[in-house]
Write a new protein. Structure first.
Length: 261
């Protein structure tokens, strides 16, 4: 990965880019008049610092990857209007809960969870891949939303750039109410426009039994998995399917604390 700026960036943006490069231990390249294609001759992954945040370009794709809250805004608006949210129901989420998101991605699910658990709750989002981790952490800190509740929910999320198995192994028993997984496995064949730009940067590992076993120790109430409804992981890992959904994906639940709603 290399870090650069937009064309003709002002000194403060240049400085920010140098600071990022230093923080992540990667090379800073002065943009000058170079195109993205020219920069790709130096690296497959390019992180561009602009006045509006970070953009990542992967070799072979034309669309940049940048942070946006996607469907989270609409889901929060619906919850504010008294509607339900299937993920919130599947997790049995309530105010004050702690929620460990083992597959942060663009953080849409974490933002919704953060809104529901409120300031008394806690949301930790794990992302194993460097570029999505950087872009989403920065986006959650800086994205300005017209919806105050959504913006506050974003700011409360703690991003940890770590593989979930490593993190779970370090957790105390019963340290999160809910442990949540939404792996890329199978997602690649589902039309999901909001996560399309994330694809070249994501981790496609399937869930491991080791991670599920650790999650059983770490979760106080439930482990929840979102996956394609044809995924064999529901049966392989002993998830109970939440309810029939019209969509290509569904949720599975493993109750660990006997506090089912
Ligand atoms: C389908 S996306 C998650 C989408 C997310 N739920 C949302 O609402 O935006 C899966 C994300 O999990 C990350 N991931 C996959 N395996 C992981 C692992 N073992 N540890 C941490 N992150 C992982 C991928 O890189 C990807 O960014």
């Amino acid at each position: 990965m290399i870090v650069t700026t937009r064309h003709e960036a002002p000194p403060e943006v240049q400085e920010q880019a140098r600071t990022f490069a230093c923080k992540f231990g990667v090379r800073f390249v002065e943009r000058k008049k170079m195109s993205i294609a020219r920069l790709h001759e130096m690296s497959d992954y390019i992180l561009v610092v602009t006045d509006n945040g970070l953009r990542a370009y992967s070799k072979g794709t034309s669309e940049p990857f940048f942070f946006h809250p996607g469907m989270a805004m609409l889901r929060i608006k619906r919850l504010l209007n008294g509607d339900t949210d299937v993920m919130v129901q599947a997790c049995g989420l309530r105010k004050g809960d702690s929620f460990l998101d083992c597959t942060l991605g663009l953080a849409a699910d974490s933002i919704v969870a953060s809104f529901v658990v409120g300031a008394e709750g806690r949301i930790v989002g794990l992302e194993s891949e460097r570029i999505p981790g950087i872009i989403v952490e920065e986006g959650l800190k800086r994205y300005e939303s017209p919806l105050q509740e959504a913006q506050e929910a974003m700011r409360r999320i703690e991003v940890v750039p770590m593989h979930h198995l490593t993190f779970l192994r370090q957790c105390e028993n019963n340290s999160f109410d809910i442990v949540y997984f939404d792996p890329m496995f199978f997602q690649a064949i589902v039309t999901s426009e909001s996560i399309a730009p994330l694809r070249p940067f994501a981790n496609y590992e399937s869930l491991s039994l080791a991670a599920i076993e650790e999650a059983k120790r770490v979760a106080r109430r439930r482990i929840v998995m979102k996956n394609h409804r044809e995924s064999p992981d529901f049966e392989n890992f002993g998830f109970m399917r939440f309810k029939k959904m019209e969509r290509a994906f569904t949720y599975g639940i493993i109750e660990v604390g006997g506090e089912a709603e």
